[in-house]
Design a protein around this ligand. Structure first.
Ligand code: PMT
Length: 406
């Protein structure tokens, strides 16, 4: 869906001001936003503000002569690809859980077939109250997605859980849910472990050996796997400065040895596990890491570092967990197809994606990539060429390849 329709419902609460920023962020992300407001919401923020920000009329009344001629409550309910109620007050949550249809927001919630996301926001004692928790549990049972509120200092001075998340965080969560609702759930029930970024091998207390991997490719794949319904864990190098995709777990590691140990801890040997190795792992580490900074000496023009082999993470995991699906990457600068085939066989993989890292516009650090995917012989599948595209788009295609082989 290129331009999803988000119906943003604002209910009465001090955090209603954040919804104005949320509306802007959703529009910036390519959504069309229409807004409904309860009477309570209009006490905190004016419909005019939301109208100016979204460029669309704001809906406040269930029975409105003007609205009924145009975008009435049923039309609004049908128009939405997703309904987001943020902030959702204890009052609105109670009405929704009771099945009431006594204002525009509660009526649209009953009339729509679109997914409904609610972001509760209220005083911490109200949020913790058993009745509110019971209502939220009931709404979850009926298919609503309830977002966890933030904890911290509240407008009333209390400290605890019940704050509306910050708009950028809220926007990220909504976009993730939207992508998920519009993606075939081809990896539902699967557990995906992805390595990403560069490993770092110490030379002495201040220097290290590493490479240019930023983790962009691995994190794009993590997001695509989340959208396809998988449970995702990313094992990322410490130099990756990307936000963790909403809902994914992240383990940060430094060396190749750390990365292998972390992967071994989270892997399970069943047909539901998928291991995807996008990390650029140092093949060698320093044999003897100096405990003090190596000093420059006036009588020595060169310095030799002795290196020893690191474990091959992908090959080790593939041999330890033979029932899991193994997806490798290959970063090559020449003779890509032959090297990729050799790695596919040597590391006992189901699939390998090779990228030509001599082309600076793709591969390491760039926002784009281009790949050729090869499959293990027994799948009887031809190679798949993925032309140059954003890493997000390449990631979606790779997930489709994985879905085909499982
Ligand atoms: O992170 P980005 O900036 O977005 O860049 C993406 C990328 C270029 C790093 C990525 O697309 C990529 O090509 N990753 C693989 C990099 C690599 O190390 O390739 P390789 O051909 O050296 O290794 C082959 C496979 O074995 C890889 O899956 C690698 O993760 C794995 N390996 C390698 C060595 C080792 N000791 N352990 C491993 O598990």
């Amino acid at each position: 869906m290129t331009c999803p329709n988000i119906l943003l419902a604002i209910t009465g609460g001090i955090s209603a001001y954040k919804s104005a920023v949320l509306a802007r962020l959703l529009i910036k992300a390519g959504c069309t936003v229409r807004v409904m407001m309860t009477d309570g919401a209009c006490e905190f923020i004016t419909p005019l503000t939301l109208q100016a920000l979204t460029g669309n009329e704001v809906h406040t009344k269930l029975l409105d002569d003007e609205a009924e001629r145009g975008m009435g409550h049923i039309e609004l309910a049908k128009w939405a690809d997703m309904v987001v109620i943020a902030p959702a007050s204890a009052n609105t949550i109670g009405r929704l859980a009771g099945g009431l249809a006594d204002n525009l927001v509660t009526t649209v919630a009953l009339a729509t077939t679109a997914p409904i996301v609610i972001a509760p926001a209220m005083n911490q004692a109200m949020y913790a109250h058993a009745i509110v928790q019971d209502n939220l549990a009931k709404l979850t049972r009926f298919g609503y997605t309830v977002l966890t509120p933030d904890s911290g200092e509240q407008a009333c001075g209390d400290v605890g859980a019940g704050r509306l998340p910050e708009p950028d965080d809220l926007c990220e969560r909504i976009l993730t849910l939207l992508a998920k609702s519009q993606t075939p759930q081809s990896l539902r029930g699967k557990k995906v472990i992805i390595t990403a970024g560069a490993t770092v091998e110490a030379i002495d207390p201040v220097r290290f050996l590493s490479n240019h991997s930023t983790g962009k490719m691995g994190f794009a794949i993590a997001k695509a796997c989340m959208n396809a319904g998988a449970d995702v864990t990313i094992v990322a190098g410490r130099g990756v400065h990307l936000p963790t995709p909403f809902g994914a777990k992240r383990i940060t590691v430094t060396t190749a040895d750390d990365m292998l140990s972390a992967c071994q801890l989270v892997m399970t040997d069943d047909g539901d596990s998928i291991f995807i190795a996008t990390a650029a792992v140092a093949d060698y580490k320093v044999a003897n890491i100096a405990s003090q900074k190596i000093k420059k000496t006036s009588n020595q023009d060169d310095l030799t570092l002795a290196l020893i082999k690191n474990p091959d993470i992908l090959a080790t995991i593939s041999h330890t967990f033979p029932n899991a699906v193994m997806v490798g990457f290959a970063a090559e600068t020449q003779d890509s197809e032959n090297y990729a085939h050799a790695k596919l066989i040597a590391k006992n993989l189901d699939m390998i994606a090779v990228n030509d890292v001599s082309d600076k516009s793709i591969g390491f650090g760039s926002d784009d990539n281009a790949m050729t995917v090869f499959f293990a012989k027994h799948y009887g599948m031809d190679k798949m060429v993925l032309d140059k595209a954003s890493k997000e788009s390449i990631a979606k295609s790779l997930v489709e390849c994985v879905a085909r082989i499982i």
